[in-house]
Design a protein around this ligand. Structure first.
Ligand code: SAM
Ligand code: SF4
Length: 321
């Protein structure tokens, strides 16, 4: 079991398989980066799996494949199959923008994927086009349908931005409820790769808007990953993800591995150690030492809650969100 110096058990690894993306969301990758990481610097699926295996052996029980857009990397089902075959009990999830899912959902499910979080920030063609800087609504909705049809457990992630999609808090809620998926409103996290002027709504504002038409109560003592959960009087559960809240980090159980092999203890903290050399040399001892070091050095809190340091320099498309 992996435990950090603040007594948090670390059992969750987010694995970014690429920093590349077929969208240009204004809050994440508002422009194409000046240069992409050259392909040879990326870890191959075999190399990623070699580290994932070590992580599982040391106590990781939950793995989420992310990016960039993970479905843009070829043969993603191969990596999922490797993990699932090694330990079928490990909970494998995927975070995706859903665009390419229609052709892949069944294959991914068959390979061992259990759950998928699909980002959907708007149900209006023009608004989503504005946010993603591409006309994507129809494909994303088809992606969601295909994931449900394939039998995957689906959650919807929505980032609510002031003056852009903040009039859709309730329509997104109703959509997710109607398709039987939990919606999680993610507070916008400030970062230098977002478009200028982007502002998020606080979860307090989002919940106030919802309370105009829905009655719900917080589910105390139960969390779904980093989300705070709520339940309506009709039994529908939804969540908010509030990285700005002072107690957000208290139950953090996760590490992040970038596509280049940086093992990151906290989304908004600079420290990271690279595992590529150890993995390429087949040095399991060294890779395990890096894993334990990064867990030991996980900071107590992210910096969003700390005054005068509210903008992360790290790109979400590199760390996988
Ligand atoms: N491309 C996939 C997607 O969009 O779902 C996976 C990678 S994306 C970086 C992972 C998650 O991070 C998405 O749900 C996205 O909405 C969220 N995200 C990206 N930038 C964010 C930001 N600045 N603040 C809050 N959430 C963000
Ligand atoms: Fe791409 Fe996801 Fe970032 Fe949007 S949020 S630009 S889909 S990586």
């Amino acid at each position: 079991m992996l435990r950090d110096q603040y007594h948090r058990e670390v059992s969750y690894l987010r694995v970014s398989v690429t920093e590349r993306c077929n969208f240009r969301c204004r809050y994440c990758m508002s422009e194409k980066p000046f240069s992409w990481v050259p392909k040879e610097n990326l870890l191959s699926y075999e190399e990623l799996f070699a580290f994932i295996k070590i992580s599982i052996d040391n106590g990781i029980r939950k793995i989420r494949i992310t990016g960039g857009e993970p479905t843009t990397r070829e043969n993603l089902d191969d990596l999922i199959r490797m993990i699932h075959t090694y330990d079928p009990e490990v909970d494998i999830g995927l975070t995706t923008n859903g665009f390419l899912l229609p052709a892949m959902a069944e294959k991914l499910k068959y390979a061992g994927l259990k759950r998928v979080n699909i980002s959907l920030d708007s149900l209006e063609k023009e608004t989503l086009h504005y946010i993603a800087q591409k006309d994507v609504l129809e494909h994303v909705l088809k992606g969601i349908e295909s994931a449900i049809k394939a039998g995957l457990s689906v959650k919807i992630n929505s980032v609510i931005l002031r003056g852009i999609n903040d009039h859709e808090i309730r329509t997104l809620f109703d959509y997710a409820k109607n398709i039987g998926a939990q919606i999680r409103y993610i507070e916008y996290m400030e970062n230098t790769h977002a478009s200028d002027g982007i502002k998020g709504l606080s979860s307090y504002e989002i919940l106030s808007e919802l309370s105009k038409t829905h009655s719900f109560f917080p589910i105390v003592n139960e969390k779904s990953g980093p989300a705070n959960l709520y339940e309506t009087s009709h039994g529908y559960r939804f969540g908010t993800i509030e990285p700005h809240r002072h107690d957000f980090c208290a139950t953090c159980d996760r590490l992040r591995l970038s596509a280049e092999g940086d093992l990151i203890g906290c989304l908004y903290f600079v420290g990271a150690k690279n595992i590529k050399e150890a993995i390429r040399k087949g040095n399991e001892r060294e890779a395990t030492k890096i894993l334990v070091d990064v867990v030991n050095n996980k900071p107590e809190k992210n910096l969003w809650g700390i005054e005068n340091s509210e903008v992360s320099l790290r790109a979400f498309y590199q760390t996988g969100g």
